[in-house]
Ligand binder design. Structure first.
Ligand code: UT7
Length: 331
């Protein structure tokens, strides 16, 4: 027995940064960003807004859409790389805000693959007979992590949260393929700020060059390496999942891909041999919101009526780790 998604919700901050707005921080222009990424604008938190607050708001909307009371939740998982909390975990904060007192709560970090890993984890718990109903959230406040002087990264990312309620269902179908390659970790990395403090009580910090310090305390990325990794491996993992399930591309109604870059998505469409109509994009509006990108897209499509009951969907994510995964679901 597995679970089905019975409600979705999302939240993005109101403040919008256009490509032209970014000129105040870095030497860039609208045409370059649109051509190389497809991104037109991104939503970013203002003073006083928090990643954990966005997670709560998206969760409330998902619970309402599902018609589920917070007390019915057995588990809450938050996927994030950008929590504004180290302790307690963000999921416990969400639990307290929702009064979901029967839920076990934990966070996980698989970067942009994270929503799938939260989904897969819940399916495994349901299948083991340990839980019936869970809330999963992908929430990111990446505007607080990027270096606004680095044009190679700051143009890409945005803030937001997406959530889904999953409930056990005899009709539910689930399968997945997952991979990680720690050897590629340096392509997309960031050291926790406090990690710098543990080296001989700040001596090592003062010895760091400015470049080192920037790379360690902000997101550092080799964009071309991540690009190549994604265009190569996402089609392979989708085909791997189709092969494992003994189904074909024609059997899939929708592919929900991590919203990182229009050119990556176009590359995947070509290599998988599918059509653009089956691979919706919203990165134009939100940029790359890491583990929030797939649940925000899912929620938008549900609200627009573009997803119907029974639709066969493959979600596929890729990102830091390096990690990548593809998951099959029937809506
Ligand atoms: O969730 C996963 C997260 N990461 C990703 O998805 C990243 C994947 N990678 C990418 O999306 C692309 O590699 C980027 C969008 C980051 C960069 O695009 P690119 O086509 O790989 O550009 P590039 O790094 O090769 O740079 C080309 C040129 C360089 O100038 P020169 O050396 O040719 O004179 C850059 O300095 O473009 C320049 N450039 C920019 N110009 C204007 C780099 N960033 C910018 C910018 N505005 N923001």
């Amino acid at each position: 027995m597995y679970g089905k998604i019975i409600g979705t919700g999302s939240y993005v901050p109101q403040k919008v940064l256009t490509n032209d707005d970014l000129k105040q921080y870095v030497d860039t222009d609208d045409e370059w960003i649109r051509e190389r990424t497809g991104i037109v604008c991104r939503h970013v938190m203002e003073d006083g807004e928090t990643m954990k607050g966005m997670a709560v708001e998206a969760s409330k909307r998902a619970l309402q859409a599902a018609g589920v009371e917070a007390g019915e939740l057995d588990m809450i998982i938050v996927s994030t790389v950008s929590s504004d909390l180290i302790l307690p975990n963000t999921a416990c904060y969400v639990q307290e805000q929702l009064n979901a007192k029967n839920a076990m709560c934990f966070d996980l970090n698989t970067a942009c693959t994270g929503f799938m890993m939260a989904y897969n984890t819940v399916q495994t718990y349901i299948n083991a007979g340990l839980i019936d109903t869970a809330l999963i959230i992908g929430a990111e406040g990446l505007s607080r992590l990027v270096d606004w002087k680095d044009r190679g990264t700051c143009i890409l990312f945005g803030d937001g949260a997406g959530a889904a309620v999953i409930h056990k269902d005899e009709q539910a179908v689930f399968d997945t393929v997952m991979h990680a390659n720690g050897k590629g970790g340096s392509a997309l990395s960031m050291e926790a700020g406090y990690a710098l403090r543990d080296r001989a009580i700040d001596k090592a910090v003062s010895a760091l060059s400015d470049k080192d310090r920037h790379l360690r305390t902000h997101i550092g990325m080799d964009g071309q390496e991540v690009f190549r990794f994604a265009v190569k491996n996402v089609p392979i993992i989708i085909k791997e999942l189709l092969g494992k399930m003994e189904i074909k591309e024609q059997d899939i109604d929708l592919f929900l891909l991590h919203q990182a870059n229009k050119r990556i998505i176009e590359g995947v469409i070509k290599r998988v041999g599918t059509t653009a109509e089956k691979v919706p994009m919203n990165l134009m509006e939100y940029g790359n919101t890491s583990s929030a990108s797939i649940p925000i897209l899912l929620d938008e499509l549900v609200k627009q009526g573009s997803i119907s009951e029974g639709d066969r969907i493959i979600m596929a994510g890729f990102g830091a780790g390096l990690t990548w995964a593809a998951t099959y679901l029937e809506y």
